[in-house]
Design a protein around this ligand. Sequence first.
Ligand SMILES: NC(=O)c1ccc[n+]([C@@H]2O[C@H](COP(=O)([O-])OP(=O)(O)OC[C@H]3O[C@@H](n4cnc5c(N)ncnc54)[C@H](OP(=O)(O)O)[C@@H]3O)[C@@H](O)[C@H]2O)c1
Length: 311
Amino acid sequence: MNKQSKVAIFGGTGMLGSSIFRQLKKSGYENVISPSRKEGFDLLKKDAVDKFFKNELPEKVFMVAGLVGGILANNSRQADFLYQNSLMILNVLEALKNYSPGTKLLYTGSTCIYPKENPQPINEKRFMHGPLEETNIGYAVAKGMGIVACQLYRKQYGINAIEAMPTNLYGPNDNYDLQNSHFIAAMIQKFVNAQRNGNELVFWGSGKPRREALYVDDCADACIFLMENYDKPEIVNIGTGFDHSIKEYIEITEKVFNFDKEIKWDTSKPDGMYEKRTDISYLKSLMPGYGPRPFEDGLKQVLKIDFGVEV
Ligand SMILES: NC(=O)c1ccc[n+]([C@@H]2O[C@H](COP(=O)([O-])OP(=O)(O)OC[C@H]3O[C@@H](n4cnc5c(N)ncnc54)[C@H](OP(=O)(O)O)[C@@H]3O)[C@@H](O)[C@H]2O)c1
């Protein structure tokens, strides 16, 4: 991809979008634009999206905007997650088709698109091969529809849309609202509160389920690589290649914080799926240098950047 070409990021104020912006700038891209909702660029409004493509004709677009949340938000606002995430990608694809068909699009789905029961690690071929987890079915159906939509606009209209499936992300600019956040952000915020205000540390479940956590800059690098080098309709997982139990994440964080107070477990709360690991062999075959950083390293970066804590 030419370093002077016009590249747009939709969702540039968010965790992944802001990371893609940083990483593109770091690698010398000079013409990166990131229209925001504050400036009137609302992806739910067809007119605003049409106008953007008519006026800007970007060469590449990272479509990483979305309504995103943790299990609580996902479960209680299923219809909102379905409607908004569906409409946003459909507005983008229609505008591309009508006004800027030469634009290449990278769309981020999520590993939530996979069925709730899977052989581990989860291969891309598992998409649409079983019932989904009920607690985020609105989000998962919208994301799955987005993938199929990208594939169909490619087939019928020749739009060069590619689809990346990131695993759980964490990193600078994450959402730390305890009602809305994902596990790693919530865990970090709870440790910060316990350290600063002496709050009791309580975690849900048994701590046994195993999860991946990918540092957002490593995901952004993979997205940029795919934008530069990949042109196929098949979806690509962006996972870690390693996982930890919830308890292990907490132990690593305790060590980094040098935390020595008691940690309580509310075992009346559900554990969720025991294991959810993505198969990254396809991504590794395309990008042999892909190797996400260990959790401890990413955690130290987040503490420094988002909380001003040097460890
Ligand atoms: N976070 C994860 O663990 C994770 C895991 C897998 C996949 N993903 C996917 O990766 C992408 C990025 O996630 P993220 O964690 O970076 O999300 P995020 O931090 O919540 O950011 C979401 C972005 O989308 C924008 N947005 C939402 N609704 C919009 C609208 N109607 N019009 C224009 N912009 C809108 C937000 O803009 P405002 O600032 O205006 O709200 C924000 O910039 C999403 O597609 C998500 O589904 C995330």
